[in-house]
Design a protein around this ligand. Sequence first.
Ligand SMILES: Nc1ncnc2c1ncn2[C@@H]1O[C@H](COP(=O)(O)OP(=O)(O)OP(=O)(O)O)[C@@H](O)[C@H]1O
Ligand SMILES: [Mg+2]
Length: 325
Amino acid sequence: MTPLLQVSNLVTEFGGGKGRPGLKAVNDVSFSVERGRVLGLVGESGSGKSVTGFSIMRLLEHPGRIASGQVIFDGTDIARLSDEEMRRLRGKRIAMVFQDPMMTLNPVLTIATQMVEAVRAHDDVSKEVARQRSRDALGLVGIPSPEERLSAYPHQFSGGMRQRVAIAIALLHKPDLIIADEPTTALDVTIQSQIISEFQKLAEQSNTAVVWITHDLAVVSRLADDIAVMYAGRLVETGPVSKVLSTPRHPYTAGLIGSVPSQNRRGERLRQIGGMTPAINRLPEGCSFRTRCDLATDGCRAMPALLAEADRSFRCIHPVTREIA
Ligand SMILES: Nc1ncnc2c1ncn2[C@@H]1O[C@H](COP(=O)(O)OP(=O)(O)OP(=O)(O)O)[C@@H](O)[C@H]1O
Ligand SMILES: [Mg+2]
């Protein structure tokens, strides 16, 4: 089956030009998502997850730009679309839930005005029908008394409520692809659960493809089919969630899993990966993780190739082989 979204060798840079290289926030990233599947895109802060999302949406702001590589959505190279064609795609067929909901919401308009406008931007329906759809969407994300809440302004909502409204707006048109950037981080666990269920339903019943960006491996293991792990702008490991989380190959993935409390390790201290993600303008040559890696050797001073192993891949010459308890 042809994937709905195919990202190939994507490089997104900030700055540079006039012969000077830019800083690669996203470096040679390739992955694909089929209809009805959920990809969890994980990695520490600054690893390039949001910039990957913005690149796919063509929402990079100056000085950010796609330097090379391709984003193919449903057979179309998005770089070839006009701004107007891209605008028509956004919101209707591809939606993004931004890490900051105020990127979606306009502070000076009521939620009703914004949602009705969002419905009618792509569908020729009456205001009443659009309002009904907006109310239903707010209900789906667990907003109590949606009719009353519609006449409120964003500042009258808590951060978590604003996030839910932004999710509701993304769901309005049942898009083919949703890129959800830390959509449930600000939410309490009950609401988080409800929203995860809504995304699961969307994937199963509407065949929506989802890229779910998060730090939270517990959510990924529950929701995602596949996982892509980013480190310092590069993908270091990809594969089916169950396999990658039970037998991570890349030491960074193993480290991330090690820093999640598990039932088997209850009572033990959380293990953290030592050190910090290096800034993208100060990456060590070769494997970017080597300065924090217990397994690193001189061989890691050269960039490791992406190795394929059945349906998974990883970028490491000292892959971990043990199973995670
Ligand atoms: N507008 C910008 N100008 C310059 N550099 C930027 C810009 N936006 C992002 N970057 C750089 O790109 C890199 C990746 O940032 P990105 O926001 O994608 O990280 P992230 O994985 O989403 O992190 P987080 O988990 O904190 O949201 C960072 O090193 C950041 O400094
Ligand atoms: Mg981010």
